[in-house]
Write a protein that binds this ligand. Structure first.
Ligand SMILES: [Zn+2]
Length: 110
C-alpha cells in the first residue's frame, strides 16, 4: 500500500515471489522473473525444483496460491527469505486455501 518504487539499477527486472498450493495441502515458495505460469511450466517439465516436480507427479500439478511482485530480483529474494521464515503468514494469503476454507460446503452436513 505504500510507495514502493526504488528504481536504483537500470537493469533491474521485476521479479515475483510465488506460492504454489498442492492438492494435499503442501506449499512451495519460489521466486521468478519470467512469470509464474512460465515458471510453473518449467517446474512441471523438470527444469526447476525436484521437490515440486516429484510432488506434481504424485498429487498432480499445483495451483498458484499467491503472487507478490517486487521491482527487482534482489528485493524478491529478500522477500522470499522473509516469507520462508514466517511461512504461516504467506500461507494465510493463499487463495486456494481460502477457497477451500470458505467455499467448501459439501462436508458440512449438519
Ligand atoms: Zn494453500
Amino acid at each position: 500500500m505504500g510507495s514502493n518504487r526504488s528504481v536504483s539499477s537500470p537493469v533491474a527486472k521485476p521479479a515475483c515471489v510465488y506460492l504454489l498450493h498442492f492438492v494435499d495441502g503442501s506449499h512451495y515458495i519460489g521466486v521468478t522473473s519470467i512469470g509464474v505460469s512460465n515458471r510453473l511450466r518449467r517446474h512441471l517439465a523438470g527444469y526447476g525444483s525436484t521437490w515440486v516436480y516429484r510432488k506434481a507427479l504424485l498429487v498432480g500439478p499445483p495451483e498458484v496460491g499467491a503472487v507478490e511482485w517486487w521491482p527487482s530480483m534482489s528485493s524478491a529474494l529478500n522477500a522470499e527469505r522473509r516469507h520462508k521464515r514466517h511461512r504461516a503468514k504467506l500461507y494465510s494469503k493463499c487463495e486456494v486455501c481460502r477457497r477451500l476454507k470458505y467455499g467448501e460446503g459439501e462436508q458440512s452436513v449438519s
